[in-house]
Design a protein around this ligand. Structure first.
Ligand SMILES: [Zn+2]
Length: 220
């Protein structure tokens, strides 16, 4: 029997946190800022935790030295340490492309409705739509370890150039039904990494980016 939290429960628990926040006058929100677009930020629970959302088609924002490009449906809860390093990212809805700083022994917890994962310094893309049974994730470069709450199995995604998977309600990694790539582009990853002074640590086929955004990139 599946012991994982249902998508509805996943959202309800987050909503409860929003209804009963514990605000502090000394919220550590300096680590979080938008570079393009508008980031809605509600701090709660502690000085180093917040709920964030974006309502524009493309918003670029940073948390410490991690960079994100999200869509208008993106909502998440985050926790970070006193150095601004993201410790936990709970995605409630929407899409986001992420570029996490490679840090020795880094293990940022990624919570999706259907799965939890540990993320190393990694570029990844997530799409969470609670009206659909599957979550979608692409490990664009780097390493993600998934923890299946039903079977207890751990599964690795490790690669140097885009490895996409869907996650069903049992927490199993299954083949996605989307054409590849889905919802994100190579030049967007470059934009994110550059915004925090890095380059993607991928291996490009033929030394060329294969997937370029058909629309202009956000100006940052
Ligand atoms: Zn990708």
């Amino acid at each position: 029997m599946c012991t994982c939290m249902s998508k509805r429960s996943f959202i309800m628990s987050a909503t409860a946190a929003m209804l009963y926040p514990t605000f502090s006058k000394a919220q550590n929100t300096d680590a979080i800022r938008a570079l393009s677009g508008k980031l809605n930020l509600d701090a709660f629970k502690s000085n180093n935790a917040a709920r964030i959302s974006t309502n524009q088609k493309k918003t670029v924002f940073v948390i410490g030295e991690d960079a994100f490009l999200s869509n208008e449906k993106f909502e998440a809860e985050i926790e970070f340490d006193n150095d601004g390093v993201l410790k936990k990212l709970k995605v409630l809805s929407g899409q986001a492309l992420a570029a996490l700083k490679p840090i020795n022994r880094r293990s940022t917890e990624l919570l999706l409705p259907n799965s939890t994962a540990s993320v190393r310094g990694t570029g990844f893309f997530i799409d969470v739509d609670v009206s659909k049974p599957h979550d979608y994730i692409c490990c664009c470069y780097g390493e993600i370890q998934f923890n299946n709450s039903t079977s207890g199995e751990k599964q690795h995604l490790k690669n140097s150039y885009h490895s996409a998977t869907a996650i069903n309600e049992r927490g199993d990694l299954v083949s996605p039904k989307f054409n590849f790539p889905y919802g994100h582009y190579d030049d967007e990853s470059v934009l994110l990494e550059n915004s925090v002074g890095r380059k993607p640590h991928w291996q490009l086929p033929d030394n060329k980016m294969q997937f370029l955004s058909p629309t202009p990139l956000p100006a940052i």
